[in-house]
Design a protein around this ligand. Sequence first.
Ligand SMILES: [Zn+2]
Length: 382
Amino acid sequence: MLKHDQLYIKQQNKQWVYELIKTKEPLTKPDLVKHTKMSPTSINRIVNDLNSENLIYEKDNDTKSVGRNAVFLQINRDARCSIGLEFDMNVIRMGVINLKGELTYMKEVPFSVRENPDLAIDKSVSMMNEIILEQGIERAKILGVGVGLPGYIDDKKGKVIHSDQLIWKDMNIAQLIFDKTDFQTVVDNELKMQAVSEKHTWKENEAETMVLVGIGSGIGAAVLINGEIYRGSSNTAGEIGHSIVNPNGNVCKCGKVGCLASYISERSLIQQAAIAMQAESMADLAHYYEQGQPLVKSILEQAVMYLAIAIGNIFTTYDPKLVVLSGQFFEYFPRLKTELEIRLNQYSQHDDTKRIKYSTLQNKGVVLGAGIVAGERFLELG
Ligand SMILES: [Zn+2]
């Protein structure tokens, strides 16, 4: 038993040193001794180990300012990589992520993902094989695959329980991809994956307690507490789309009345406008809005009002340092950012507008986050 514990501590220490080099590089061995309070002998042993696994490399300091010849340790960022994969309604996105958590390649292919789970999986596997070939990646260097998609996910089993947006149900995505590729696979809700890439984007002190709100074809949130995803008891924490904002309001697809999603999801916005005019897409709504069409204006302002109520509730529930807004809604209607600010002043307890930011990751957020999660999950330090 003692032997087992010692081995575990050794691995933990190695992981710690690796993470330190990854996040704070370049570092010297004396820096590591200082940070970890481990002995120089232990640091030496761990550094040698990481070196022999090709995960780090040593670089002589070539500037004269330090005086002595300091040797800096750096991550060998391309020694391994992971694949990030996103299934969206009408597109499959895939990228390659290196050990440093950088997206080194990304591809986006239009594909009718909705209602076609088996075909979408097959298409993603053939995309993966193409990318591996095109980019000349050795399969042995690939740590695994991370998959992000909208819906309720059993992250432990890598299974989609159900996705209303994609119309997928009871599918073990991790197993299906593993069977076809031999790559270990981790699956999670798209926003939970994107929250990981947001964490890498923002300042450390802002990102430790952060809520990401995605407003696009659907609406949801991912909650980070002390840098970790908060999942709740069944991995559905953050599903704000079905929080009730108006008990006397619209009937939602879920069967309840007045859910936030029934006011702000793309489909509900289009449906509300289509009663009175020819409206089939968000681009149509954006066009009417720019023309000052009164009904479209009131539908959108109502949506923003309910969004502000939901965000106000997020602030009182979680007290995040930062709420990051993502998704296409504010890309179609950038002028509604001001409306949101006004409504937040009305419905939020404090001046929370200062804590609202807009994501800068665009279409890369889910792929990048999924790749980072897979890279961290499947990197085994000996
Ligand atoms: Zn609902």
